[in-house]
Design a protein around this ligand. Structure first.
Ligand SMILES: [Zn+2]
Length: 424
């Protein structure tokens, strides 16, 4: 059996409140020992001195594009990108073609991901058939085949009666509904955040309330049904406050924020780079500060990329007609280290919680901890390494990143899945 000794790293495990310099011994696909100064022979030794040893990172919001848009990304390229970014498990969204709304499609994704062999992939299935917002998918059956959550992400479930039924069914299996909160009557055909900048740039805006009224609605439906709702890509100060109050009240709501929503503002749209076009849009400085505060106090449970790779043809066009989305798997960790860890907003243990333990818990999957006898999914991070983001070096087919050329700190040096190093 292969043996791997991760030596002298700062081992951070939120599930056991561990934050100490320790060695981690891996045999086969299991962690067999965590302790001080582990000795022995026949190991492959990973020198983790000065590095952070985290439970493998979990990204609960990824668009893999396959099947249907393989020119943008494939399960192979997307999972390779995930490994490069330090993720050992990702959950993929169902807005593919065909949509993931049948057991056969859930099986297809699982098989393709296993064949690619980079990281673990957990399918999120559609709330409604064909993402049409009308008829519910066979939720119970999809859970049995391995769907870990339900979402029509990319679009909202506008019909409140359908959302009520979805939450009633999902609560029978205790799986979360992941809500893309957008009132499309309010967002209309806006291209960026509605505010001073959209006026200056002469672009139609998407108001904060387009998100907030739906966050409020879904919290109300979750309160009424007792179901679990997870708010995807929280982007406004108002949404953070709604989630904070609902949690205090005991509503079963969780939330995620993306690296771009805690790293950029609508001022970055100046220059009209279509790589800043994303849904929900980049918001104001005050919103970014509120999202950071939400991540700090735990109102926002998880960091998720909303990795949305696009082909050049979808982005090298006028801002108004460009596709929404950012290729995010390979910059997420660096942005979190640079903008949250190094600036003291999150401690290492909080960062591991937001990027691993919490998303695993929300999805109800076995991941997000480092323990003896547990699966050896581990991410070794160099928090000090400084580099310039180069989209041409991305493993993802999607080169659409507003961070290209930006100097950042922190990178996954080893992504270990089932005891095997996957990012080299
Ligand atoms: Zn979305």
């Amino acid at each position: 059996m292969e043996k791997l000794l991760i030596k002298g790293g700062r081992v951070v495990d939120p599930s056991s409140s561990t934050d100490a310099v320790l060695d981690v011994l891996v045999e086969g696909n299991k962690i067999v020992l965590i302790g001080k100064d582990i000795e022995g022979e026949g190991f492959q030794v990973v020198d983790a001195g000065g590095k952070l040893v985290f439970p493998g990172l979990v990204d609960m919001h990824v668009h893999l594009r396959e099947p249907g848009q393989e020119h943008k990304e494939t399960i192979e390229s997307g999972t390779r990108s995930a490994a490069a970014g330090g993720f050992t498990t990702i959950a993929c969204m169902p807005n593919t073609d065909p949509v993931i709304d049948t057991p056969a499609m859930v099986e297809y994704i699982k098989l393709k991901a296993e064949k690619a062999g980079y990281v673990k992939v957990k399918p999120v299935a559609a709330i409604t058939k064909g993402l049409k917002g009308e008829e519910l998918s066979p939720i119970g059956e999809l859970v049995q085949y391995g769907a870990v959550a339900f979402s029509d992400d990319g679009r909202p479930v506008m019909n409140s009666r359908v959302m009520r039924r979805a939450m009633e069914y999902s609560s029978m299996w205790d799986v979360p509904i992941i809500s893309h909160c957008e009132d499309t009557d309010l967002s209309g055909d806006g291209h960026m955040n509605e505010g001073e900048m959209s006026t200056v740039l002469g672009m139609r805006g998407i108001p904060a309330i387009a998100e907030e009224v739906m966050v409020a609605r879904d919290i109300a439906i979750a309160r009424f049904t007792g179901a679990r709702v997870h708010i995807a890509h929280v982007s406004t100060a108002g949404s953070v406050e709604l989630v904070r109050r609902a949690k205090a009240e005991g509503v079963r709501v969780t939330a995620e924020a993306t690296p771009h929503h805690f790293s950029l503002t609508d001022r970055d749209v100046d220059g009209y780079s279509t790589n800043t076009k994303v849904n929900p849009p980049l918001r104001t400085y005050e919103d970014v500060e509120a999202v950071k505060q939400g991540l700090r106090d735990g109102t926002i449970d998880a960091i998720a990329t909303d990795h949305a790779p696009h082909h050049r043809d979808d982005k090298e066009v006028e801002y108004a007609v460009a596709a929404f989305g950012i290729s995010g798997l390979e910059t997420a960790l660096s942005l979190a280290v640079t903008n949250l860890l190094n600036s003291g907003i999150l401690t290492p243990i909080q960062l591991a919680e937001r990027m691993s333990t919490a998303p695993a818990r929300i999805l109800g999957i076995e991941a997000g901890c480092l323990k003896e006898g547990g699966t050896a999914d581990i991410t070794v991070i160099d928090p000090d390494i400084e580099y310039v983001v180069d989209v041409n070096a991305f493993k993802s087919k999607g080169k659409n990143s507003p961070f290209d050329g930006m100097s950042v700190r922190g990178k996954a040096v080893y992504t270990i899945v089932d005891g095997i190093i996957k990012n080299i």
